[in-house]
Design a protein around this ligand. Structure first.
Ligand SMILES: *Cc1c(COP(=O)(O)O)cnc(C)c1O
Length: 413
């Protein structure tokens, strides 16, 4: 008899995005003419930058001739890409990361789950609440939690609530934790962490011999020059932090797939008897055994993101999305909503009006304004009463969405 990994049975059914899709389908079936504006799922909408298209075409052509054909590359990624990342993401900000500390992959979502392979199952895990659901579900799958309670919170995880009252900055955990997930700029709240806040986390991790998973998928959206782009800009972070970066949101690679994870050689974990072990060789072993590298044309495309033209085209894309974020922020604030984020991140996080629950506001927005957003409670119990709107739309839809929300709220006063 084959047995299954029963931890999967603890995962909660009505997962956020399928439930959103279900309600939207139901609505559009009964309102076939409705012009629905989708600002729910965090996916980009604009085409790839031209410099990236050109580089990928050229790489495909190389594959067409026997002199330039390439088969398997290094599992960790081609050096042309890892050297470029080192120079343009780290050295340019005074951070001393080596190319062989950078592991190229097919996505940060996969990386954040895969990383759990190299950590013991007895570790205590802390996540912010609300949180990117992948961090929680991957820990449930490996058996690091008990069952979920009625709020959807799992036994054995430490939840650090963030809300307007604490400025969306969590308290340090009151009990010792071993693995800490931080995501800045934050999905879903759109808020950022200052150097002082990151230093506080790094100091905590050094004192408690913990590891921080720092998800910087949205670093390109930071406009405030005082906000660090990498956790390694903070003293001591290379001893305690793994950083995840992705080409998905800055370069529009959600359908192309390329990301990378930084595992510094100074990073230390422990055996149960307390003996220290460097994590870099262990992660290298894991990565090379279970992964065979990102496709060559995709790595050439990622490299082109750092060419002068690529950089300029990506800056334009970010300006485009962040203009949507600014319009949303200003328009919804003027309409009387309490709005957070949207200044250094492509998400705005708003307090639902009239004390509506997140799902009540979802239904109201769909019914009265034909706009789809994401209920905050879907990201965690502390997200109840909040709502996320994405700036990854086009300008017309963003402006139309603001007009509809203004009209709908005005009709209520
Ligand atoms: C979109 C996103 C990512 C990127 O994931 P990929 O697998 O690289 O596309 C990572 N973390 C968060 C929080 C995200 O929202």
């Amino acid at each position: 008899m084959v047995t299954i990994n029963e931890h999967y049975l603890k995962l909660q059914a009505g997962y956020l995005f399928p439930e959103i899709a279900r309600r939207v389908n139901e609505y559009s079936q009964s309102h076939p003419d409705a012009n629905i504006i989708k600002m729910g799922i965090g996916d980009v909408t604009q085409p790839l930058p031209a410099a990236i298209i050109t580089a990928m075409h050229a790489a495909i052509d190389e594959m067409a001739s026997v002199e330039t054909f390439r088969g398997y590359g290094p599992e960790q990624g081609h050096l042309f890409l890892r050297d470029t990342i080192r120079d343009h993401c780290f050295r340019n900000r005074g951070v001393d990361i080596e190319s062989d500390e950078i592991f190229v992959s097919d996505g940060s979502k996969c990386d954040s789950g895969n990383l759990l392979d190299i950590f013991g199952n007895d570790n205590t895990v802390a996540v912010l609440d609300p949180v990117y659901p992948v961090y929680v579900d991957t820990n449930v799958m490996v058996g690091r939690t008990g069952k979920a309670n009625s709020d959807g919170q799992y036994d054995g995880l430490v939840y650090l609530p963030v809300h307007a009252e604490n400025d969306f900055q969590p308290e340090l955990p009151s009990e010792p934790v071993d693995l800490i997930y931080l995501c800045y700029p934050n999905n879903p709240t759109g808020t950022v962490a200052t150097r002082e806040i990151l230093q506080k986390w790094v100091d905590y991790a050094r004192e408690n011999r913990s590891i921080i998973f720092f998800d910087a998928a949205y670093e390109a959206f930071i406009s405030d020059p005082e906000i660090p782009h990498s956790i390694y800009e903070v003293d001591g972070a290379q001893e305690v932090a793994i950083e995840l970066r992705s080409f998905s949101k800055n370069a529009g690679f959600t359908g192309i797939r390329c990301a990378y994870t930084v595992v510094p050689k100074k990073l230390i974990g422990y055996e149960h008897d307390g003996s220290p072990q460097a994590l870099h060789p262990i992660w290298n072993r894991r990565h090379c055994t279970k992964f065979n590298g990102v496709s060559y044309p995709v790595q050439r495309g990622a490299e082109a993101a750092y060419s002068p033209e690529g950089k300029q085209q990506i800056e334009e894309l970010i300006r485009f999305y962040m203009n949507n974020a600014r319009l949303l922020r200003e328009g919804l604030t003027a309409a009387g909503l309490e709005v957070y984020g949207g200044q250094n991140a492509p998400y705005v996080w708003l307090k639902t009006p009239g004390n509506l629950s997140s799902w009540e506001f979802f239904d109201q927005l769909l019914r009265e304004s034909q706009i789809v957003g994401t209920p905050g409670s879907g990201f965690g119990a502390a997200g109840e009463g909040y709502f996320r709107l994405s700036a990854f739309s086009d300008l017309e839809n963003t402006e139309e969405a603001i007009r509809r929300i203004e009209a709908s709220l005005a009709s209520k006063t």
